[in-house]
Design a binder for this molecule. Structure first.
Ligand SMILES: *Cc1c(COP(=O)(O)O)cnc(C)c1O
Length: 429
């Protein structure tokens, strides 16, 4: 497969854009080679600048849960663009999207829109610190919450792919307020709260981790987080930027029946436009300016183009959609596991509705960051490139989840499984 135009564009990009990309994982450092530049997409297929077509399992990292150029979204954006892309003043469509979120999430009474997941988590942390009057926050190794200063500690995929455990530029004075514990360790979080509970403003967690590959919460883990935060009057923040409207309409909190104090959203709610949101009970959210004293703002927040796109997409996501997507995900994963068994490739696949991760490993399970780092990254690299040549675009990093949606139908699965079978056979030889 010829990809010379992508290669040329990458060389050109590197002259004017740091590393040639506007977000590090795109640079293919995790898999080697040069990134692929795309020019258009439809349904499950993306087409690169050299004219090659691929079945895509990145879904723009989540938002494309109904496929690319999904007609209701295209129509909504087109209609809104005719009216104006922005006013810098309130619009009705902001209320409509907020209402849709409030209606679906039991834990949410009010929503503030922002422009990215990073902004959502940064703002939620400030709100939690303002409410509790405490500075310390707790996160988990391998969980990624965007690149905000307080959260860039042991932070999963992007950072992991690049091998940067931390980042220069984050002041020590700030990083020292972040405590990072192993994901799924009930003992360690319990001990921490027993000894220092009174200092902790918030625990922030991906309720299903997705940025070190897909890692489900261990039984009792989320319940423990709920219990200790309540007992010590710290806030529990579920970062559902990835899992919101993906694993269920009300995210992982619906699947596990836990109500966090604050929730952050992004990705799917913007249908591919830049959006984030943070949300929760009225008593917390009303502490925000202009109602309250905790400041947060955004020139383009609640942007009507993004709101219209999100509204059009979410309108199509009902319980039946998620039931079907769950079944499809199971079906694809089962097919892949079968091929791995036949070709004698040690493989584990963690999955939930609409997301899955391939771990090339003999470990019986992959439940935390330590186990993730023990997987065979070289094998993923090889597999990634073999799949590319078979016309399947997976995430360009062993530490990312794959995403699928309504666009991935049985015939797309058949093509994917044929590609995977060819790739796995070659992996062996
Ligand atoms: C993607 C992601 C973020 C960051 O969102 P951006 O829009 O990239 O800033 C934060 N948290 C989680 C769980 C994510 O998956």
């Amino acid at each position: 497969m010829l990809r010379s135009q992508s290669k040329d564009l990458f060389a050109r990009a590197r002259k004017v854009i740091p590393g040639g990309v506007n977000s590090p994982v795109r640079a293919f450092k995790g898999v080697g080679g040069h990134p692929i530049f795309f020019k258009n997409a439809k349904g499950p297929y993306v087409e690169d600048v050299d004219g090659n077509s691929y079945i895509d399992y990145v879904s723009s990292w989540g938002p494309m849960i109904q496929g690319f150029t999904f007609q209701p979204v295209v129509d909504a954006i087109t209609a809104q663009a005719q009216k104006s892309t922005s006013f810098g003043a309130p619009t009705e469509v902001e209320i409509e999207l907020a209402e849709m979120i409030v209606e679906r999430f039991k834990s949410i009474e009010k929503v503030r829109m922002v422009n990215s997941g990073t902004e959502a988590t940064m703002s939620a942390i400030r709100l939690a610190r303002g409410i509790t009057g405490r500075d310390k926050i707790v996160k988990f190794d391998g969980c990624f919450h965007g690149h905000g200063d307080s959260l860039l500690v042991k932070a999963g995929s992007g950072v992991l792919t690049l091998g940067l455990p931390d980042s220069p530029g984050v002041p020590n004075d700030l990083a020292q307020h972040t405590i990072s514990l192993p994901f799924n360790s009930i003992d360690q979080i319990t001990q921490l709260f027993d000894s220092r509970g009174g200092e902790i403003a918030a625990v922030i967690v991906e309720p299903i981790a997705g940025n070190m590959g897909c890692i489900p919460p261990a039984e009792g883990f989320l319940e423990t987080l709920r219990k200790v935060t309540r007992k010590h009057k710290a806030l529990l923040i579920f970062d559902e930027v990835m899992t919101g409207f993906r694993v269920a309409s009300a995210g992982a909190q619906q699947l596990f029946s836990i109500e966090p104090d604050l929730t952050t959203l992004g990705k799917v709610i913007g249908a591919g436009l830049p959006v984030g949101a943070f949300a929760g009970k009225k008593k917390f959210m009303d502490r925000l300016a202009p109602e309250g004293d905790i400041y947060q703002s955004g020139t383009l927040s609640g942007n009507p183009l993004a709101m219209a796109a999100g509204k059009a997409l979410i309108n199509t996501l009902d319980d039946e959609f998620y039931a079907t997507l769950t079944r499809h995900t199971d079906e694809l994963v089962l097919g892949l596991m079968k091929i791995a068994a036949q070709t004698d490739i040690p493989l584990r696949i963690n999955h939930f509705c609409g997301m899955f991760s391939l771990f090339f490993t003999k470990q019986a399970e992959v439940t935390n960051f330590d186990q993730v780092t023990q997987c065979d990254v070289d094998r993923y690299r090889t597999f990634f490139h073999l799949m590319l040549d078979e016309g399947v675009y997976l995430a360009p990093s062993a530490f990312e989840s794959a995403f699928l949606g309504g666009q991935h139908t049985s015939d797309v699965f058949d093509q994917t499984l044929t590609a995977a079978e060819n790739a796995m056979r070659k992996l062996h030889s």
